[in-house]
Design a protein around this ligand. Sequence first.
Ligand code: MAN
Length: 367
Amino acid sequence: MSVREPETRPAVRPRVRVHRFEHNPLVSPGDVKPHRPDFEVIGAFNAGVTRFRGETLLLLRVAERPKSTDPNIVRVPVWDAKLGELRLETYDVSHGRFDVSDPRSIREISPKGRWHLRYISYLRLARSRDGKRFTIDDEPFLFPGNALESYGVEDPRITEIDGTYYITYSSVSPYGVGVGLARTRDFVTVERLGIVFPPENKDVVLFPERIGGAYYALHRPVPKGMGDPEIWIGKSPDLIHWGDHRPLLGIRPGKWDSLRIGGGAVPIRTPRGWLELYHAADDKNRYCMGAVLLDLADPTQVIARSEDPIFEPETEYETQGYFGNVVFSCGVLLEGDTLQMYYGAADTSMAYAEMSLREVLDSLVPV
Ligand code: MAN
């Protein structure tokens, strides 16, 4: 005889109300001057955010490619560390020898064919007094500068610790995607501290304070063969050397976070725990934002998590673009009860939305 399980109904959770800024996007590719005249800006997105000397700073990921008039010719920009300049690799895609199914990359169809990015990304600052109208710096802030960054630097997160601003970013090259660490105190000069997580890893987010004497980071290794792209947590005495790694948060088959997940914003300390806003893609590569709550004294412990996304691509600037159906936040500020979310939309532009911290916390389901 089989015993029927009692029917478990999910508790009805209040939905989080999201208020998008009416003049979104905040920054579009057309607002950004390319770093050289023969290039065009195709994206200004996935920015890190912080407050600095009374201003809101966005550290934009700017993606540029060489201007082209011939659709059969793809020119791939690569930072040549030996020459100390960009080199353009040219591919004729008219003979069907290349896989161009993903607009972001190109690969020769052969057993040894490697992926190349069709653009190069670098980091550039935008500054604002009101958090909405931004003035973009004329010069890049962090441009690819070594062999481990030769395909670009992407998706920065900024964490302030004791007056120093630490920047983690994807460092993309033929060696794979690793995570670099840099620091600045003035947003004028910047010092690289090297690769802190080797390939393949991305989405590294540093906690803003020591916990029990140690620094903590969320990171996202990409196992090949066994395992999935999921969020891990690691510990460090000095932000450079990382260990005691553990899986923290997994994908959930059949749900909005079924394909891959990664840390998004710098964790926010709340009375109920560390609130982390993370991104996730489903099987259709649709990127949404959700949240997880971690124990204040031991952030390796998950307290609660979003059952449904709290924020998903809906508007035209989120569903259409270089890579559509993407909302991707690398930074959220807290003002009273308001979470101020800056986010990349469709790998094209930067946008802004607000939500209530209390509503987000109330929406989470204990795990
Ligand atoms: C990956 C990264 C992000 C990008 C998303 C969506 O997670 O390359 O930079 O925003 O994919 O394309």
